[in-house]
Design a protein around this ligand. Structure first.
Ligand SMILES: Nc1ncnc2c1ncn2[C@@H]1O[C@H](COP(=O)(O)OP(=O)(O)O)[C@@H](O)[C@H]1O
Ligand SMILES: [Mg+2]
Length: 377
């Protein structure tokens, strides 16, 4: 048993101050556009992951004109209550408290598994490789703390190495100076590459499964990790090739003043029937691929953490026909735990037929104005 029992938002987006209690199963936020439905999903996500799924700039989350926001939520997890409090103040480090004790971010994000699917996830399919790398980075960090730490170390080494390449271009000792940085880059970079390869394999299998169930058997969804140093089964081989690429490419690197090989340049290829979805898929196929990726992530989190992740679905239901809506609800019941949906249209009819236990909250101008339904609220 794992779910969010209640939430307080203060000066978060268009919420001045709100307290709300949740159902342990299904929760639905309804309301017209621009009322605050997605904002509340964003708050739940932030509480678990200390990051928004819409922006990288936390300042945007503070109510316009304010410099701070506060979130407090109580998770029930394996019979224990965890009171999580997050305080953001501009230009100060984020404060995360769990049961009144300070927690490091990388530990916190492994504790409360959550998966979100929102219209913005199309970016994962459509945009540049950096977005897909960020997706992999965050998802692996949710169950593997060492990955998060390796990433931080890699970024530090990369920065130093790039600085050397830029500033010491004409220094005759440059080769000697670079050697230890190459070694460090290859060592930590190889760990990152192999964690990603493992994740992509697992994600690929699960995404294909969901895709076939949801969209029919015909099409084939495949994921492949693309390494700038070449993808190999054994880390030793990757290490050797990575080293080789750095040695061979040094002249070009000096010209450009930056590191040309490594996981910071890799990509995730997402294909339907072999064709890269980024270039060849319709809008609908892109959405389907993105949703499959997210549901695969939910299955992985469940396996890795032993908890059914909290699932947030923003504006998803309106686009599906009845059969798919029903399949999605069934899938969520089997693989997700607590679920939060937003909808601008009424989905009560469908829910009344398929669900017994749910709560509907009407959102208006940054306030929950009514709460109905549900058995175990
Ligand atoms: N930082 C902010 N401060 C105050 N209001 C905000 C902030 N960010 C967004 N909003 C407001 O929140 C509303 C959009 O909320 P959102 O949850 O995205 O709507 P929806 O109900 O359509 O999902 C808009 O009215 C927008 O102006
Ligand atoms: Mg919205």
């Amino acid at each position: 048993m794992y779910y969010l029992t209640n939430l307080i938002l203060k000066q978060f987006r268009n919420y001045e101050s709100q307290y709300v209690e949740f159902n342990r199963g299904l929760n639905i936020f309804v309301g017209s556009n621009a009322q605050g439905k997605t904002n509340i999903l964003e708050a739940i996500y932030y509480l678990s992951v200390t990051r928004s799924f819409r922006t990288r700039r936390d300042q945007e989350l503070t109510q316009i004109g304010n410099q701070l926001f506060f979130l407090k939520g109580v998770f029930l997890k394996e019979e224990f209550y965890h009171v999580v409090q997050i305080s953001y103040q501009r230009n100060s480090p984020l404060k995360i408290l769990s049961n009144n004790e300070k927690v490091e971010r990388f530990l916190h994000i492994q504790r409360f598994p959550v998966v979100v699917f929102s219209p913005d996830d199309l970016m994962i399919i459509r945009d540049s490789p950096a977005i897909r790398r960020r997706f992999l980075n965050l998802e692996i960090s949710k169950f593997k703390g060492t990955y998060f730490q390796n990433l931080k170390e890699y970024q530090r080494v990369l920065l130093q190495r790039n600085r050397l390449l830029k500033e010491n271009r004409y220094n005759s000792h440059l080769n000697k100076m670079l050697d230890p940085w190459d070694q460090a880059l290859v060592n930590v970079g190889t760990k990152i590459i192999h964690d990603r390869i493992e994740m992509v394999e697992d994600l690929g299998k699960k995404a294909q499964f969901f895709f076939n169930q949801m969209y029919g058997e015909k099409a084939n969804l495949t994921l492949n990790y693309r390494c700038s140093v070449g993808c190999f089964e054994q880390p030793d081989e990757t290490r050797t090739k990575f080293h080789g690429a750095l040695s061979e490419g040094r002249r070009i690197e000096l010209k450009r003043g930056s590191t040309m090989y490594g996981p910071h340049l890799d990509d995730l290829k997402i294909a339907i029937n072999g064709n890269n979805t980024r270039y060849y898929s319709s809008q609908g196929q892109k959405r389907a691929a993105a949703l499959s990726l997210k549901m695969a992530e939910a299955m992985i989190l469940k396996e890795k953490t032993g908890l059914n992740p909290v699932i947030l679905l923003d504006d998803v239901f309106s686009e599906f026909d009845r059969v798919r809506k029903e399949y999605l609800l069934l899938f969520l019941k089997e693989n997700g735990g607590q679920c939060f949906l937003t909808s601008a249209v009424d989905i009560d009819d469908l829910l009344k037929k398929t669900e017994k236990d749910y709560k509907v909250m009407a959102v208006e101008q940054g306030r929950i104005v009514s709460e109905t339904g549900g058995l175990s609220c």
